[in-house]
Design a protein around this ligand. Structure first.
Ligand SMILES: [Zn+2]
Length: 811
């Protein structure tokens, strides 16, 4: 039997010679590269906890200064804009970090996002949820109890009939008063036309739509064989609702999904707990199409030891950590540093329950004489079962401590008790009719970076579109019948919870790898800890000598103690190792980027991880044009060609990122979305971003579906029309299938570095190029499977590209 995937697949090939050669070059340039990055040692950036972090512009002179900024290990947003004057990057910094950057010679620009903005989002989300809850209560109150006997507890909101191709579809939405607490689906009975019996047109079930833990209504669509006139729903309590069926007129240009395609399933931001609840609910509702997979590694948990720092000056500070986790008794521990008020008193420690009292030593005049080092030793000797004490950030602790009132230790965590403090399971939803590994696999994952709140919504919206449209949308059915889709909405749930409840700018996981005897492991540094999950992978990492990750435990790009040291990263490695997965999407925010490998280079000479072959690059570009056209369809917002391409070309080096691991280690076509405009935009914007990037993610599924089959090369046509400007003509391209067009106007052979024709998606039509009459146009087109028009090799040496003169026919 013919291999249905052909020879184009490059999965699990031995390390190609080019790759091995590139690594060898790096080792030559930097002999110590096996252990340290090529960049200078990172400057120590530590956030002062309780100091808030803003997103701030950094105005850079060019790429070299950008590399220098990355090398500081500063916490960078995924936003880099090349301007006429240089480069503008966005950094997430506190006031003291900003001061350190300024001191190091960087110029800061405007403040773009403040914690108050995040608080406003959380408040908005709380208000949305409260509004839903209130309406549910109101509805339940009007339909339950002795006073409500005349009102049905089920209410039909919409009953829409439409045709989709040759099928007829009925979509129903209804609200049931018990919907918050009871999981029952509702059964809809259809008549078969005016005057006919309920049920004569058949029945369909509609299921609960729950967002952020709040029931909204039941909904569902099904194909029907005749246009119903009326429907009836009998609720599980026996109450009845009847409604007339309306004709629904789809808007033209709704997209290739066709009329009646159901979407728009998120109404507010979702915490990791809520994201997981959502996919569990979906899997429960569609057991034949989906299942939940718990990934093999639990996180270290949304939990911390309770801590305190006593004193103000570094050399006289005493830092204490509880032995128990905060929620397991650590938060009950307290420490008091008491002045005995008497001369020649010895240093002593007493413990009563969880209360630790240090009686400070005094001299002959009654003044306190105990140093921080002495108090630390006394605490460890006298209260070592409850806590561990240490001097502040490696200080010798020679300063005399100041007395301090009883100070409770705290883990600093403020999420409600409904957020688990235990090591957290990480879940993926696996979607497809055949989930046995026999179908081509696609993986989408989000929230490696905790504070990026929109990308997880894109994944759950996509999962829900796939499941809820399966029954009545032929194109969705084609995807689920032929693909094995893995969606992991939150890779880093601990950091995600911390971002929602404690520190909105949290990027990393919550694990503290700082050594208290050396550096910032104390309570005041708690917003600086964690491993950057997108720097802890195995290929072209910091540990291999690549740039854009840090060895500092408090850096925004801390790579961790070793490759795959973190459970979050081992989970993704496990997912990528599913042998049938060939396409992936790593969702981040923000910046409206669309990127692929290579994602890292080594300094000082920018030695890049190997570039994809020309054929592979063809597939990346061709598929990208299709995915980007789908994104644009939502509200005509475009990801620009300048923001499309290899990560290290359009953004900056990111050693040890996941996309590179998936591509180089597993041969997966691995893309990276940078969704939208900021980490936590206002809800209206977040909603639009969710809808547009879900379009793109669904299109990736279609690309995957088509990829294996497509051997047809695209054909393109150049059309010349008169221009309003004398001496000029208007030029447009069209293609026989969705395909990207690269062109030159200077008689050079076109390559992937040439201009990309705007709006490559066919549905929008392309941009109009106005050029001098007589201009020679050279171009080629490439489809999403990497098939190039005329089998042209766009490497600068091929000659069989398309060429025409942009001139109007003579009359
Ligand atoms: Zn990110």
């Amino acid at each position: 039997m013919r291999d249905p995937l052909g020879t184009r697949w490059r999965r699990r090939l031995p390390v190609p010679a080019a790759l091995a050669a590139a690594t060898a070059v790096v080792l030559l340039v930097n002999p110590a590269s096996a252990v340290v990055p090529a960049a200078e040692p990172p400057m120590e950036l530590v956030r002062v906890a309780d100091e808030e972090a803003n997103v701030v512009e950094v105005l850079l002179t060019g790429t070299a200064q950008l590399d220098a900024l990355v090398a500081t290990g500063v916490d960078l947003d995924h936003h880099v804009e090349r301007t006429a004057d240089g480069v503008v990057a966005h950094a997430v910094v506190t006031a003291s970090e900003a001061a350190a950057l300024t001191k190091a010679g960087f110029t800061l620009g405007e403040v773009l996002h403040r914690p108050a903005d995040a608080r406003a989002r959380v408040a908005e989300r709380a208000a949305t949820i409260a509004g839903h809850v209130a309406r549910n209560r109101e509805f339940a109150a009007t339909t339950a109890g002795p006073t409500a006997s005349a009102v049905s507890d089920v209410k039909i909101i919409r009953a829409d009939y439409y045709t989709s191709g040759t099928s007829q579809v009925l979509s129903v939405e209804a609200k049931w008063a018990q919907g918050q607490s009871a999981a029952d689906a509702l059964t809809v009975e259809r008549d078969s036309g005016p005057g006919t019996e309920f049920g004569s047109g058949g029945t369909q079930t509609i299921s609960r739509f729950v967002d952020a833990g709040v029931y909204l209504y039941h909904r569902g669509a099904a194909t029907v064989t005749s246009r119903p006139d009326r429907i009836r729903i009998t609720s599980p309590t026996g109450d009845v609702a009847v409604a007339e069926v309306q004709e629904w007129l789809p808007t033209p240009g709704d997209g290739p999904e066709g009329p009646g395609y159901q979407k728009d399933f998120v109404t507010s931001y979702l915490t990791p707990t809520e994201l997981y609840a959502r996919i569990h609910q979906l899997a429960a509702q569609f057991p034949r199409l989906a299942e939940i997979v718990e990934l093999p590694y639990r996180t270290n948990g949304y939990r911390r030891h309770a801590q305190a720092v006593l004193g103000t000056a570094a050399d006289s500070r005493v830092a204490v950590d509880s032995r128990a986790w905060g929620h397991e008794g650590g938060n009950d521990v307290s420490v008091e540093l008491a002045d005995p008020g008497a001369a020649d008193s010895p240093l002593a420690v007493t413990v009563a329950g969880s209360a630790v009292r240090v009686t400070l030593g005094t001299g002959g005049a009654g003044a306190v004489t105990s140093t921080a080092a002495q108090v630390v030793a006394a605490l460890n000797a006298g209260a070592g079962a409850l806590l561990r004490a240490y001097t502040y950030r490696g200080s010798p602790g020679t300063g005399v401590v100041a007395p301090a009132a009883r100070t409770p230790l705290s883990d600093g965590l403020s999420a409600p008790a409904s957020v688990s403090r235990d090591p957290h399971p990480v879940y993926a939803i696996r979607i497809g009719k055949h989930r046995d590994g026999s179908k081509l696999g696609v993986l989408a994952y989000a929230q490696e970076h905790a504070r990026e709140w929109v990308p997880p919504l894109v994944t759950v919206e996509t999962a829900e579109r796939l499941l809820r449209n399966y029954a009545h949308d032929g194109r969705t059915r084609q995807l689920l019948d032929n693909l094995d889709i893995w969606i992991a909405p939150s890779i880093n749930p601990d950091g995600g919870h911390y971002s929602f409840y404690d520190f909105n700018s949290q990027r990393k996981n919550m694990t503290n790898h700082c050594d208290p005897s050396v550096g910032p492991a104390d309570f005041l540094a708690r917003n600086s800890w964690g491993v950057d999950n997108n720097r802890n992978y195995t290929e072209y990492s910091l540990f291999d000598g690549y740039s854009g990750a840090s060895t500092s435990c408090t850096s925004g790009t801390y790579a961790g103690p070793s490759e795959l040291s973190e459970p979050e990263n081992r989970n993704l490695d496990w997912l990528a190792a599913r042998p049938n997965i060939r396409f992936s999407m790593n969702l981040h925010s923000s910046g409206n980027y669309f990127m692929w490998s290579p994602g890292a280079y080594a300094l000082p000479d920018r030695v890049s991880a190997p570039r994809p072959t020309l054929a592979e690059e063809s597939a990346f570009w061709g598929a990208s044009s299709r995915i980007l056209a789908a994104i644009k369809r939502h509200r005509n917002m475009a990801v620009t060609p300048a923001r499309t391409g290899p990560i290290s070309d359009v953004l900056y080096s990111a050693a040890g990122n996941s996309g590179d691991m998936l591509w180089y280690k597993y041969g997966i076509y691995a893309w990276n979305f940078e969704v939208g405009t900021s980490f936590q935009p206002e809800w209206d914007e977040a909603h639009d971003e969710t809808m547009e990037f879900a379009n793109g993610l669904v299109e990736l599924m279609r690309v995957a579906r088509d990829f294996a089959e497509d051997r047809t090369r695209p054909r393109s046509t150049l059309t010349v029309a008169p221009s309003a400007t004398p001496g000029m003509v208007d030029v447009t391209f069209s293609t026989s299938e969705p395909a990207a067009v690269f062109y030159t106007l200077d008689r050079a052979a076109p390559t992937y570095a040439s201009k990309l024709y705007g709006s490559a998606g066919i549905r929008e039509g392309g941009e109009t190029l106005t050029v001098p009459a007589g201009t020679r146009v050279h171009w080629f087109s490439v489809d999403s499977a990497g098939n190039v028009e005329n089998n042209y090799r766009p490497d600068g040496n091929g000659r069989n590209y398309r060429k025409e003169t942009a001139a109007l026919p003579r009359r």
